[in-house]
Ligand binder design. Sequence first.
Ligand code: SF4
Length: 339
Amino acid sequence: MAEGLVKGEGFAIDASIIKADASPARGVPVTEPIDWGRADGQSRAVREYLEALEQANPVAADTFEPASSSAPPKKISLTDPAARWTAAPGGPAFFAYSTNYLIDLQAGIIVDVEATPANRSQEVESTRTMIDRVEHQRGLKPRRLVGDTAYGTAALLGWMVEEKQIEPHVSVWDKTERKDNTFSRSEFIWDEEANEYRFPAGNALRSDWRPLKNPRTHITKANTIVYRSSEKNCNRCSMKNQCCPNMSFRKITRSIHEAARDEARRIAATSEYKQSRRQRKKVEMLFAHLKRILKLDRLRLRSPSGAHDEFLMAATAQNLRRMAKWLTAEGKQANQAAT
Ligand code: SF4
């Protein structure tokens, strides 16, 4: 920070999957009962796993995030049970952890590292851990956070915008666009004051059609509110076939973090966002370097704490290398050209 390598203005986040030191042959289906043996004979990896299970606090699923992200894995490793059974596209499945990097965009310095099982919702959740830790330990909170669509879940965008006042330079996770030629959700106009959706020049979709004595929030477990059209209106609507051909009325689901999602959409249309996307390559390049040059494509240590130690040491080595380069005039010029 003193040398100007870390500015704290913009951070980027990403995760990379690294194979665990756990053979696929020692994997058993999660549906099978497992005897972990006596406590005094358990390995550190098994002990850490069982302790974590006791304190487990599963990550809540969110409608506006990939449905598969919180699905249980198919297999569990008897060697390192916290490693996640994961399938790489086009290749055989294996047990793995993810290394999660939070970097400062000025010089690509890694400001925090977190080891998680190779699972998207846990990778995304590590964002909060790292942002809070860097703020607490270093007094740094970025103005903007850059990440790919995986980090565009409603809950995380809500946290960034509403709780942390960080600009999300992240594309919104949204699968509501329809491909069957019927009207998509985005074609309905939101009226904040009236608390309703409306098709242009059409009828309203509301969460409440009658005034209730005790008004309800209508918030679902997935932190959404469902807006419904009136069946009567739809029955006599000339656009019914293009809107809700197989239902008697139309439903639209709105996240309670929709304002944060709108903020991310607004940012995505700016030129600063284009620059952020280019800068995101810095974190991708660090992962490429980690695997190709440092050869960390498979862990030597087991358990979450083993993975944490290896990931932290590797990140430290990468930072030292970056610092050595930056502190030469040549390095400074190269970085200025890249930003
Ligand atoms: S079918 Fe119903 S929801 Fe759809 S545009 Fe017509 S009135 Fe509105």
